[in-house]
Ligand binder design. Sequence first.
Ligand code: DC
Length: 222
Amino acid sequence: MSADHVIAIDGPAASGKSSVARALAKRLGFCYVNSGAMYRAVTWRALQRGIAVQDPDAVTALAEEARLACALINDESRISIDNFDPSPHLHSDEVNRAVSLVSRVPRVREIINLQMRRCVAGRDVVVEGRDIGSVVFPETPFKFFLDASPEVRARRRNAQGQRDEIAMRDQADSSRQTAPLVIAPAAERIDTSALTIPEVVEEILKRLRAKGLSRATVNSRR
Ligand code: DC
């Protein structure tokens, strides 16, 4: 069960991943997959059900029981959990605070990775996350790691009207035992601090062309 072309876009919070990955997918005619939304969906459901998110066993039980589904609709991933659409709640302060606790639990990661691989099977996709190039799709030759200075990332979050403690979340995401945020071997790092979204997209397209991947080459195989 594998996807066709996978472009992995990893990086810390507010590095520009979501905007870049979505725009890049549009340019290439690929689907856009947001893996963070899956971790956020499980976190939202745990909080909603009053599960102690600090307790890995309780979180594991919740994840085993929950009906988590990922579908590609209008070329973007959509998540449902226990038949709820969690999307309005995914960026609440409560979810921002708890998501690193939930995403450090190994069984949660296994369940999400399985759903994600199923969801993209046979499709051309741009997937954003923390461990896409290192763990979920290590075989893809198209791996990018986006980064930006802590000041720029904090400014971007504020501009989005979010009071997200990104420094704390990055520290937790980078120091956890299972699938920590790392630069995957062979991933190309791009510092987005001084670049606009279109500039980052152009840079990635340029590097993809150098690796032999462009919209034309993908379409010509069909
Ligand atoms: O991309 P995001 O900020 O929406 O992700 C939310 C959290 O989910 C992030 O702090 C860590 C976790 N996450 C992860 O552990 N692995 C992924 N592939 C994606 C997100």
